[in-house]
Design a protein around this ligand. Sequence first.
Ligand code: ADP
Length: 498
Amino acid sequence: MNSAVKNLNFRTVFDAAADAMLLTENTGHIVLANPTAQQLLGYSADEMKGLAIEMLIAPRYRKQYRYYQRLFLNRPVKRSMSVGNELIALNRDGKEILLDISLSPIKTGQQLFILILFTIANRRLDTEDALRSSEERLRLAKQAAGLGIFDYDFKRNIIYWDRQMRKLWGKHSEKTVSYEEFVAAIHPEDREARQAAIDKAMDPNSNGEFKAQYRIINPINGVERWISARGRVYFEAGYPHRLIGVTRDVTEQRNIQKKLQVHRNETENILKQQVAARTASAIAHELNQPLAAISAYSEVVLHALQNDSFSADNLKRALEGCVAQAQRVGRSLHELLAFLQKGELMTERSNLTDVIHGALSIVYNDGYGRFHPILHLQQNLPAVQCNRTQIQKVLVNLFRNAIEAMRNIDFPILTITTTVQTVNDEDVAVVIVQDNGPGFDQVVAKRIFEPFFTTKPSGIGMGLSISRALIEDNGGQLWVDSDAKTGAKFHFTLPFGP
Ligand code: ADP
């Protein structure tokens, strides 16, 4: 080695270094400070000697420094600047300087020294700028969202709050307020629930999240506002020490929600009334015919009794009629209720011809006798899948409507033609019921499926709307051919069975 190099001692190199350097003992006291360090920190060499490094650190970071110092002494290895070692130092005038530092342990004999090398961090300006602009962004966002910010210090029992919070709480002067003052503005009815939300968030086993909605009463004008608050509790050594959060005035939303709720309730009530009215009408529709028949049978019997003209046979027939009608009412009501309750629909493979014959005989028995039924049934028609009673009910309704319409015009021959056929390429049977009555115009045609639409003096207007619902429940469709020139022509479809 070159002898000149050999003669270079540590002190010469230390003082000549362009970077700031401090040599400290393991206690953290400065042994040496090179001229660059003295200049950077504003101290003379003598002033720095013996000074505790801690004194050169901004007070709020001292605790952190002690922690890192302990870590370093436990494992004294070189830490370079590039690994993010930075520190906010104080110069002699008390100005804060952000420094990048590196640490190197130097062991001589039993003694451990630490060489600290530091430079002013370039990031400083950027950081400050970023901080300023992010603060500005936060302020603007806060303003736009109408947010207030609060910071509740549990230990000191005070709340720091911003201008927006003070405005909501109706206080203008102080930047902090005692917790009691803060709570005083909260509506008494909402205090308990709010406190419970805070207690929950303060539980160290929780995630610290705080969420509450409560009313506050402005002490100046007595105006009540709804506040939505959200925040988080921060814990220190397992104890809650701060709750930081935001509040928002949600009075308008609450009002809109309330109006919507009132509106929803009203609509629901109307709907319930309508359902009740329809149910009652549907029941009346089922009862109407059999009751009329029972009444007619009874009158016949009474008349016969009064005139002493009854035969046991006639009496028996009339009473059997009454019994049959009464049983029919029972069955109808049972089915109707099942239908209204939307229980599971029981369907079976059914022969449409049988169903149509069954419906026709019901109509005959109801005393609608005077009409001429014509049937056109496609040969070898497969069975359909349906609830037979329901489809029979639909057919009875269509036949009855047809007869009532035809009776009105006193037509000499009342004919109802029922046609059953398949639709090409579709797996459905179509049933067409056509009468030779007056039919109806386009205006009526548009409304006949509406509940309560009737043109009959004693009609209820539920027959067709129930029929349509029944057919749809059975997987088909019911419609009317409004172009019919000769009477009304109803169509419905049913799916073929498997
Ligand atoms: P309602 O029989 O109680 O009036 P419906 O729903 O069964 O109830 O029928 C509604 C209306 O449709 C009847 O009032 C009538 O004006 C009309 N209508 C139904 N079927 C026929 C038909 N075959 N011919 C003429 N009008 C009909």
